[in-house]
Design a protein around this ligand. Structure first.
Ligand code: NI
Length: 165
């Protein structure tokens, strides 16, 4: 859990930058990529990352919802733009509407007690979870992966190094 708004801001900024790199690498053609037709598509996961940031408004934070039109969901550029907006909006909302003391307050979510700092941590980890799923689908769709927590196959090749198999 986070006990400091400053710590959340620093970590969220880094994580949102990584998610933005993923969003920026998507193409319209790649959005339909899925492991099977029973699983979420790459575009569906991208939209889920956009919309789920806004779930935090159910805990009392106020910021604008993303545009949930079909036009957005079918456009890689629009999804990337919506992510950029909502990821900045949540940070601004936390910094201006909550305090460190507020992070210790608990709220009931689906019958469980969560402190607000824990909910922020969950939101951050939830992004990483789906980002990992997206990188698999991006590879399958033939997209070039950006570096996240370390170099990717593509960046090793670009640097003239032998990629780890
Ligand atoms: Ni999810």
């Amino acid at each position: 859990m986070f006990t400091s708004i400053k710590d959340f801001a620093a970590e969220w900024t880094n994580e949102a930058e990584m998610t933005q790199k993923i969003m920026n690498a998507l193409t319209d053609e790649s959005l339909g990529q899925a492991i099977t037709d029973k699983h979420r598509t790459l575009g569906g996961l991208a939209w889920h990352l956009v919309e789920s940031v806004h779930y935090m408004t159910s805990l009392g934070l106020a910021f604008d919802a993303p545009d949930n039109s079909d036009a957005v969901k079918k456009s890689a550029a629009a999804l990337a733009g919506q992510y950029e907006r909502v990821s900045r909006a949540i940070l601004q909302a936390v910094e201006t509407q909550w305090t460190d003391v507020k992070l210790l307050e608990t709220q009931t979510i689906a019958g469980q007690e969560w402190n607000n700092g824990g909910s922020l941590r969950f939101t951050l980890m939830h992004q990483a979870h789906h980002r990992g799923q997206m990188t698999v689908l991006m590879r399958q769709a033939g997209l070039k992966l950006p570096d996240l927590y370390g170099p990717t196959y593509d960046s090793w090749v670009e640097q003239g190094m032998e990629p780890l198999a």
